[in-house]
Design a protein around this ligand. Structure first.
Ligand SMILES: [Fe+2]
Ligand SMILES: [Fe+2]
Length: 257
């Protein structure tokens, strides 16, 4: 427990996060870097970046609601303090990805309607399953749903996005690398805490497994939708390139839905 106390304490969080890898950053990145000009100028690429970033905002809003809600369902004080640090991390993630939407040209007064229009319904359903458990103050299901299922998957998505944006978009890559460091801490807490929770509550296993299955189903459906959109975009991009070669104006081409 003493390791647990120091690893997940507010003191450790202060030293490693705000006074560590986030020091000198603005919205998670070097204040001098910008979104690449190519991305801002190309309607198709910009639309794609907005759509991806909206899913990150939706996921992070869910994590913010879940981590803050779980504080009041906590059976022990060290976990409550850790979840307080996680709540601030998640609020920061919501803020930095929302800021990215603004940087990509979304107007402040259109923010909520853009998020609503682009939010993947399967991701929304995924969030609802988790938040239902949190609302019932079900700490075991909440920690599994948030710190194992949601954050395990978020971690993988962030790493993939980080790898693909490192060369072309240092601003987004930097934003992601701080987020990845935070998520690593959150997943670590879940993995550390869940063993004893399951041991103390053996009767919860079937309910937790059912929730895991449901959440995984909607997350896989979200991924399938993203890949379908990507295929459509790739086809349009290919057609645009051919049209460009043939001298046809790019304005003819629709943006993928
Ligand atoms: Fe997060
Ligand atoms: Fe997280």
């Amino acid at each position: 427990m003493s390791d647990f106390l120091s690893m997940y304490s507010i003191q450790h969080w202060l030293e490693s996060c705000p006074q560590g890898y986030l020091e000198g950053t603005a919205y998670g990145h070097d204040p001098d870097v910008r979104e690449p000009e190519l991305l801002i100028q190309d309607d198709l690429l910009r639309e794609q970046a907005i759509r991806t970033t909206v899913q990150l905002v939706v996921g992070e809003r869910c994590a913010l609601a879940a981590s803050s809600g779980l504080i009041n369902a906590c059976p022990d004080q060290p976990s409550a303090r850790f979840l307080a640090t996680q709540t601030l991390d998640e609020a920061r993630h919501v803020e930095i990805f929302t800021q990215r939407l603004l940087d990509l040209g979304v107007k402040k007064n259109e923010l909520e309607s853009v998020i609503q229009a682009h939010a993947n319904p399967n991701l929304v359903k995924f969030a609802e399953i988790l938040l239902e458990k949190v609302d019932k103050k079900d700490f075991v299901s909440g920690v599994v749903g948030q710190n194992i299922v949601l954050e395990g998957m978020a971690f993988t998505v962030f790493e993939l996005l980080h790898q693909t944006s490192q060369a072309m978009n240092p601003k987004f890559a930097q934003t992601l690398s701080g987020t990845i460091a935070d998520e690593r801490r959150h997943v670590g807490f879940g993995e550390n805490r869940i063993g004893s929770l399951i041991k103390e509550n053996p009767g919860k296993k079937p309910e937790v497994e059912k929730m895991q299955q449901e959440m995984s189903y909607y997350m896989l459906a979200t991924f399938a939708d993203s890949f379908r959109n990507m295929d459509a975009r790739e086809e349009i991009q290919r057609a645009k390139e051919q049209a460009g070669a043939a001298g046809i104006t790019r304005r003819c081409w629709p943006t993928p839905s």
